[in-house]
Structures are given as C-alpha cells and as structure tokens.
Design a protein around this ligand. Sequence first.
Ligand SMILES: NC(=O)c1ccc[n+]([C@@H]2O[C@H](COP(=O)([O-])OP(=O)(O)OC[C@H]3O[C@@H](n4cnc5c(N)ncnc54)[C@H](OP(=O)(O)O)[C@@H]3O)[C@@H](O)[C@H]2O)c1
Length: 359
Amino acid sequence: MSDGSRASNNVNYLFPLAEKELRAFVHAVNELFGTEQARRSALDWIHEIEVMNWPAGEAIPNWREATVRASARLCSSSSISERHKFMKTQIDKERFGPWALITGASSGIGREFARQVAGSGIHVVLVARRENLLEDLGRELANDFHVRYRLVAADLSLRDSMEGLVERTKNLDIGLVVSNAGTGNPGEFLKIELQTLETLLRLNTLAHLQIAHFFGRKLAQRRQGGLLLVGAMGAETGVPCMANDGAAKAYVHSLGEGLHVELKPLGISVTVLAPGFTDTPVLAKFGFNPQTMLMKPMNADQCVAEGLRALQENRSMIIPGKMNRLMNAVIPASFKRNMTAKTLAKVLANSRSTVCRSC
Ligand SMILES: NC(=O)c1ccc[n+]([C@@H]2O[C@H](COP(=O)([O-])OP(=O)(O)OC[C@H]3O[C@@H](n4cnc5c(N)ncnc54)[C@H](OP(=O)(O)O)[C@@H]3O)[C@@H](O)[C@H]2O)c1
C-alpha cells in the first residue's frame, strides 16, 4: 500500500475532527517531507490530536493508546535530541554585553533567560513584581557565574512603570534587552471584566512598546546590541478563550518583525521568540498539568537557547522546537482554532477555580 493511501485510510478513522482539514494537513506534510518516516510521524501526531479531543469519561480504544504511546515516544525522542543540541546558548559578550535587561525574570522563561545570559558572562538587570524571587535569582547568578545583578521591582501593566526602569538603569551600559514579561487569562471573553482585559493588554503590548522605544534609542546611540521580544506561537491566527491575549501577542510579533528591518542599519538585532507550550508555572495557572499533557511541553532551557541563538544569528522570528515548527507550518488556521477551543474549553471546565482570575 502506498503512503498516500495509508494516509487516506487513517484519515477515515478520525473523529470528531473535520475530515477535510485533516486531509489538507496530511497533504501538506506529504508535500513538505519526502521520507516515509516523516509521513508516519505526521500520522501518529494526527492520532495524538484526536485523542486530545476524545470526549471526557469515554474509554480510549487500545489502538488509540498505542498511537499515543508512539507519538509520545516521537515527541520525547525529538525533544531529547534537540535538548542535547540546544541545552544552553552562549551569546557574544562583546556584542550583547556588558549588561542585559530581562523582564519577567522571576519565573519560567525569563528566569532561564537570566541564567543563560549570565552564563555568557553578561551582568543582568532583573525585572518583575516579586522582588524576593529576583533577589534569590540574582544571588544565585552572582554565585554561579560571577556576574553583577540589579533588581527592578515593577508592575509593567502600570502606565508609569517605565519610570523605575529608567531610573534604575541610567548609569548602566545595556547591550541586550529581553522583553519577556507577560501572561494570559483563559476564559470566556464576555465573562471576563473589561478592566482585567485592559490590564493584560497593557502588560502584553504597551510594556513591550515602551521598552522597545526607550531602550531601542539607547541601543541605537551605542550602535550595537540586541532586542528580543517574547510572543506566542499561533497568535496571528486567533486564540479562542484567550482572544485578547492572542491578539496582544500578534501585536508583539508585528512590532518585532517590523523593527527587525528598521533597526538593522543601526546595529541592533531584533528577534521575536514565539514559544509553543513550554513547561513553566504559567501552565498550572491555566489549569494544565505538564505531566499529563498529551503534547509534551518544551523545556524552558531549550526554548531560551533557541531564542538566543536566533538573536545571535539576527533572525526576525523563531518558533522554538522542531515539532512546534512543523505544527505551525502545516496545520490550517481553522483547524488550530477549533483544536484550541476544544482543549481550553475542557481545561476551563475542569479547573474553574484556577482560571479567569485577575492577574
Ligand atoms: N509557557 C508557555 O507555554 C508560553 C507559551 C507562549 C508564550 N509564552 C510567553 O512567555 C513569556 C513568559 O511566560 P512564562 O511561561 O515564563 O510564564 P511565568 O512563569 O508565569 O512567568 C511570567 C513572568 O512575567 C512576570 N510578570 C507577569 N505579570 C507581570 C507584571 N504585571 N509586571 C511585571 N512582570 C510581570 C512574572 O513575574 P511576577 O509575577 O513576579 O511579576 C514572571 O516573571 C510570557 O510573555 C508568555 O506569554 C509562554
């Protein structure tokens, strides 16, 4: 049997997803990859998505369990090999030092940025609201990598939050800015208070704008440096149950990709990092359990290593992880939206108490 007909047969099993969209996906994968192994991986992966959408409480037939195990093996083997390759990235201290500013450094991806940047011998300004966590991290980095650190406790959703940042960094020569702080608030759009949506919009857009503008001018004066903005994979296509958050990330992507070209002649590298699911505390806040998620979330160290590598190569945008890049390239937008809506609706139903709260 040819691979093409095996693909069609498998598509016929699939329920409750739209057959037309799955056929388009399989076709796109066949176009993109010539090897039988790649096609098989894609089919395994389709099964995995299907199981994610399987109605709660219904037993999953055995063949499905086998498929999930195969897909999990596929995902973990690809992430293990990628992890070995990307464990940490050293960035050029001469080009991006002597100081770096990292927002959202108290947790998750931002914390890992601080570790990898400090590991490259660059001093760090750590920004977030939870000062005690920043202090612990600063001490740890000074101890491990012999770098200096400075803390800025700031709520970046507040309009005047830049004042503290400007004041606390005025005598530092900053060569790298990682604008990472951000969060989301899954829930039904109409049930979330407008004030909460506005607060998140300020954090997820205005803070990036203010940071890019103020520090962009400083980097332009020294005619060297880097700006890395953290967005989110798939934001441009719309994210049901996180519509405001997705729209804000789409702004970040567009801002960063525009600045990538505009600031290049001034010696500034600008890169957007657009992570997919990444294993940080935000997943639990959203009601996910990283241990039981069928699509294994990526490790923060790999996510950050790929982001820093892309900045060093001055790429405009990086989606970290092979699997994420594959998903982003080949899945039709309407399919992604439906899948996200179903997944988040399930999570929302299971964890009403942990979502839809003001951040
Ligand atoms: N993890 C994922 O699956 C994923 C996927 C796509 C995109 N992202 C993006 O990656 C970035 C980092 O997220 P993460 O996964 O590392 O989440 P996280 O572990 O919750 O970290 C978020 C960071 O942002 C800071 N922050 C949140 N609100 C803030 C505010 N009002 N003012 C200042 N700092 C604030 C937090 O510090 P304080 O609470 O101490 O202020 C924390 O340091 C975010 O922009 C997020 O949207 C994450």
